[in-house]
Design a protein around this ligand. Structure first.
Ligand SMILES: *Cc1c(COP(=O)(O)O)cnc(C)c1O
Length: 433
């Protein structure tokens, strides 16, 4: 598949009808377990000598199509699907930080990830060091120490659509023997290809733009391969385990079992096995269905976002607009370099006037729905300070740049003129009545 273009891969990668009863569409393997045939064959399956189904917590053919498709789209060595984006993030944090360690990150993360790094992962010995000036590369470097396990960033931050200089940040990480982990949820592989800009691991919430229809919760971890995990910093990839033994029954380390994909191998062999949190086959099917139209959806959403940014900038009730498309965005140059197809379909804006007026604007919108799932075919509005980022304390709001007068929009696939008219009628109703 690797010789084909993106749009061919997102429809065909990972699926060969001949392996599935010639079914043109991918089957949903709705089964807990698979027939093991003989006792000898069972042993071959367990040791990896033969490939095939055992039990859907540790592998399912529908889920495997999704894993292979995303691996191809991102150009990685291996991928694993999990039950949600937060599972993907938590598994990577727990695995890289196994036994304790810290992550250098930005305080502009998805609300639950931010909260987990701040208050929850520390209960497991995993802490975060937050870069305050996220545009200053030297700040990332200053925070790296002997116990740092990764730099962790989002490719497009939410709700402020910050864009970072990924290649420079990757250089700093690699100089210190630390991998760069990117949450590429909002960009999707269509808008941003993290491995081409220095990332080593990608995490996704496939709930958002990847599936795109607001009908499933899903997550993915993709590994590029080729990163050198030192024994001092990452002993977990150098420990021999009977569970991943070779065909001669010799225990192996994750790096011996999968030199190019110790992260995905460890997640599959230990995390899926012991924590579970596998993706269901129907949910994998929905994510695959969504990926089939990824390019068309994202390109229309990005085009509509541009028009809406331009519209909002001209409205007297709007104090400011944040998106790299905005006139005064400081991220224009970086966005052009890293996101030539556009930096996503989420934007936020500040309203002049009172909080009461802001609440009324949310209620007055008719086409935009008020909910918190982004990257959906439906356009939506949210008030981050009271919803998606409400778990965060006021000082983190300040660091993350969440304002009290800020609304966030995720632009869907409706007629853009209807979306613009909806915004205008809501402003009219509240400000000119
Ligand atoms: C939604 C989201 C997540 C969490 O994903 P779930 O599938 O809801 O668990 C993580 N990162 C980003 C950027 C998100 O938008």
């Amino acid at each position: 598949m690797s010789e084909y273009g993106f749009d061919t891969k997102r429809i065909h990668a990972g699926y060969n009808p001949k392996e599935h009863f010639n079914s043109v569409n991918y089957p949903i393997y709705q089964t807990a377990a698979f027939d093991l045939d003989s006792v000898d064959h069972a042993r071959e399956l367990w040791t990896g000598e033969a490939s095939g189904g055992i039990y859907s917590r540790v592998g399912n053919p529908t889920v495997a199509i999704l894993e292979e498709r995303i691996r191809e789209l991102d150009g990685g060595a291996a991928a694993v699907a999990v039950s949600s984006g937060m599972t993907a993030i938590s598994f990577v944090a727990l695995l890289l930080g196994q036994g304790g360690g810290n992550f250098v990150t930005a305080s502009s993360l998805y609300g639950a990830a931010q909260e987990a790094f701040t208050h929850f992962y520390p209960k497991y010995g995993i802490t975060a060091k937050f870069v305050e000036n996220r545009d200053d590369i030297s700040e990332y470097e200053k925070l790296i120490d002997d116990n740092t396990k990764a730099i962790y960033l989002e490719s497009i931050s939410n709700p402020n659509i910050e864009v970072y200089d990924f290649e420079k940040i990757a250089q700093v990480a690699h100089k210190h023997g630390v991998p760069l982990v990117i949450d590429n949820t909002i960009a999707t592989p269509y808008l941003f290809r993290p491995f081409e800009h220095g990332a080593d691991i990608i995490v996704y919430s496939a709930t958002k733009g990847i599936s795109g229809h607001g009908n499933t919760i899903a997550g993915l971890v993709v590994e590029k391969g080729g990163f050198t995990y030192s024994k001092e910093r990452f002993p977990q990839f150098h420990e021999k385990s009977w569970k991943i033994r070779d065909l001669q029954d010799q225990p192996r380390t994750p790096l011996e079992a999968a030199p190019d994909a110790p992260v995905v191998l460890s997640l599959k062999a230990f995390y899926m096995e012991f924590f579970g949190a596998n993706l269901g086959s129907f949910d994998a099917y929905l994510a695959l269905q969504g990926i089939s139209t990824l390019s068309e959806r994202l390109s229309k959403q990005v085009a509509s976002t541009k028009q809406i940014v331009e519209f909002l900038e001209q409205q007297p009730e709007v104090a400011w607009v944040r998106h790299p498309f905005a006139k005064d965005s400081k991220y224009k140059e970086l966005a052009e370099k890293y996101f030539p197809k556009g930096a996503g379909a989420i934007l936020s804006f500040g309203l002049n006037g009172s909080k009461e007026q802001l609440k009324q604007v949310v209620s007055a919108l008719k086409v935009f729905s008020h909910h918190v799932n982004i990257g959906d075919v439906r356009s939506l509005v949210a008030y981050p300070a009271a919803t998606t980022h409400t778990e965060l304390t006021p000082d983190i709001h300040k660091l993350a740049g969440i304002e009290q007068n800020q609304l966030r929009l995720s632009i869907g696939l409706e007629d853009v003129n209807d979306l613009i008219a909806d915004l205008r009628q809501a402003l009219d109703q509240v400000y000119h009545n």
